[in-house]
Design a protein around this ligand. Sequence first.
Ligand SMILES: NC(=O)c1ccc[n+]([C@@H]2O[C@H](COP(=O)([O-])OP(=O)(O)OC[C@H]3O[C@@H](n4cnc5c(N)ncnc54)[C@H](OP(=O)(O)O)[C@@H]3O)[C@@H](O)[C@H]2O)c1
Length: 309
Amino acid sequence: MKKILVTGSNGLLGQKIIYALRDRKAEGIFCISTSRGNNRMKVKDGYVYEPLDLTDNNELIRIIQKHKPDTIINTAALTNVDACESKREEAWKMNVETTENLINICKDENLHLIHLSTDFVFDGLNGPYTEEDAPNPLSYYALTKHEAEKKIIDSKIKWTIIRTIIIYGVVDDNSRSNVVLWAINALKNKQTITVINDQFRSPTLAEDLASACISAALKNATGIYHVSGREVMNILDLVKIVADFFNLDSSYIKPVSSLELKQPAKRPLVTGFIINKAMKDLDFHPHSFLEGLSYIKNQLKLVATDTKD
Ligand SMILES: NC(=O)c1ccc[n+]([C@@H]2O[C@H](COP(=O)([O-])OP(=O)(O)OC[C@H]3O[C@@H](n4cnc5c(N)ncnc54)[C@H](OP(=O)(O)O)[C@@H]3O)[C@@H](O)[C@H]2O)c1
């Protein structure tokens, strides 16, 4: 039996990993879902849930010793890039210190740590990036994620770092938005949105990323992996594709440059990943962005039907 403990299971990626693991229970995969506070997923059977604030190291140790997983997938983080710029202490505590705690328990209990990181570790001058390229974080969020990576790489534990880019998908409780849902909601409500026109990214369907994380666990793949969609696109074009796909009025989209927008945290201009290593080792075959949007369309229909009931 494989026992996988997931942190941040109320989040976008966390929810998708729990659903995917739940579907594979018959293969002998047992899943321990943990997040801060109550379980916000709609389906509550087929896995065990433990409330776990990762900043409480004693609680982390207690839960690991209670369930004895062999793998931890760490999706939990302070992910609001601009908030990390102003809440530096909180960002360091959550993104760096909790990773140190996870490394320690993995060392003590001989566990495999699969940790999520970001394209923002790069400066965006030479994207798309391979796993061998040198990080150069531009914001405090990026710095904390890079520090956590360095601590993992320098540890003697069995580790995997999965870096990803703009995750999109639908979560159960609508507690998490992302660029695709944001654009759909704003344009449906005929709100003008300013969209950055000089930053390039590879949008990643949350379900695709979840399958790569699980694959790393089951295949015991170690090292750094770049896991994202294949297409590198301007965020402005990304939002225009969303508008076209959902038949929404794109005249509400107002292009703006990074210089004009003045976001609190500096972002890399061009990222995107070369994903050959993940394709080969993790059997990772991401959907195209248009396929991903069809996925979202069906999920939004299901949410609408559920709400009517
Ligand atoms: N989203 C992206 O576009 C993106 C891009 C690149 C990399 N990443 C990385 O991918 C990973 C997953 O991202 P995501 O979009 O799924 O993030 P998310 O939706 O923000 O989920 C993060 C989860 O972590 C939980 N969390 C925060 N502080 C915690 C604490 N002290 N103890 C326990 N749980 C805590 C949050 O809990 P609450 O729900 O209670 O707030 C949330 O459920 C993160 O490591 C992120 O840095 C994300």
